[in-house]
Design a protein around this ligand. Structure first.
Ligand SMILES: [Zn+2]
Ligand SMILES: [Zn+2]
Length: 338
């Protein structure tokens, strides 16, 4: 969050001794002459009557840093003063700097374009109501039930029974992907587009937030507020960040792309790969194979899906197999009986 300085305004302070309100830059009470005490807090002048300070000397003073109090008489002196304006005492040793940087109070200000600024980050966060105890108890019980069910599932999947079964039927399926090197339409941020691509259209789209302004960024600022500079002059600031927009483009480029998936299937034990008739600009991509064996064991049927072709080739219809079946009825391993 970058802090933007809008200007400087005069503050006021209240005399501890007589209660008089004095201008921030005046260092001794205008009524009783008492020095401004170290602990006094600057306040903001009525927001309706304030104006940004035009006096360059006053602005320079505010920028030079917090004032310091004379260790001998307590009078407030400028940050770069070497001797006290009141008593002439040495300020290079033992002088106490005023606190600075405190936010004085937010004030309503009309934005530069003449409309109110969005509150942005300075708005208070919505507080969440505490959850009733009964609801949280129910949630804990539900979570426990889900955990118990998960454990039950895990145990059911782990525990297996040995079952003798015969092969009822089989099926194989093999697939091959055909890829072609051709013009492909894609879209991406301009910086990520390959150099040989042909860009068809671009538009500015929001990409990220930045602390600093960049090319094509939109400034988003919160409500202005006043910060104590420790000099009796307040600094009016605004916290801003930048929404950065970048070119997002549609383009065409040569790339490998899937143009076809060739499939073959059958119910016999000799699976074959689909034959691809490739052109000069095509290649074979990923190949997949799936084999399913259906078993019957008395009144129950089971099936096994596998990619193990050598196991599948032993699944003659009617042959005897030994299965490991878990509590959920899934076959976890299978082998032909000796
Ligand atoms: Zn006074
Ligand atoms: Zn002094």
């Amino acid at each position: 969050m970058a802090r933007k300085i809008l200007g400087y305004i005069e503050l006021i302070w209240t005399c501890d001794s007589c209660g008089t309100k004095n201008p921030g830059a005046i260092k001794s009470c205008t009524s009783c002459g008492a020095p401004q005490p170290l602990g006094v807090r600057f306040e903001q002048v009525d927001p309706n009557t304030f104006n940004f300070i035009k006096d360059e000397a006053l602005i320079r003073m505010a920028r030079s840093g917090p004032d310091k109090h004379c260790p001998y008489c307590g009078t407030r002196n400028l940050a770069d003063a070497l001797t006290c304006v009141q008593c002439g005492g040495d300020l290079t040793v033992g002088a106490t700097s005023r606190p600075s940087g405190d936010v004085i109070e937010p004030y309503p200000l009309v934005g530069a374009q003449g409309k109110p600024q969005p509150a942005g980050e300075t708005q208070p966060m919505a507080t969440r109501a505490p959850m009733p105890r009964k609801v949280s108890l129910i949630m804990i019980l539900v979570l426990l039930a889900i955990c118990a069910f998960g454990i039950f599932l895990l145990i059911s999947m782990r525990r297996t029974d040995a079952i003798n079964a015969t092969v009822a039927s089989t099926q194989w399926e093999r697939a091959v992907i055909v890829e072609s090197y051709q013009l492909v339409s894609e879209s991406d941020w301009a910086a990520n587009i390959p150099a040989d691509a042909t860009i068809s259209s671009c538009s500015l789209e929001y990409r990220y937030d930045s602390e600093e302004p960049t090319e094509n960024s939109e400034e988003i600022c919160g409500t202005p507020y006043t910060v104590d500079t420790g000099t009796g002059v307040g600094q009016v600031v605004q916290d801003c960040y930048y929404r950065v927009y970048e070119d997002y483009c549609r383009y065409e480029a040569l790339d490998w792309t899937v143009v076809d998936t060739l499939r073959l299937n059958g119910t016999d034990l000799n699976a074959v790969w689909p034959a691809a008739n490739l052109t000069d600009t095509q290649r074979v991509g990923q190949a997949t194979e799936t084999y399913t064996i259906w078993f019957s064991a008395g009144s129950r049927d089971y099936n096994l899906r596998t990619t193990d072709y050598s196991l599948y080739q032993q699944a003659y219809p009617g042959s005897e197999w030994e299965l490991e079946v878990n509590q959920l009825g899934a076959v976890t391993s299978a082998r032909p009986a000796d």
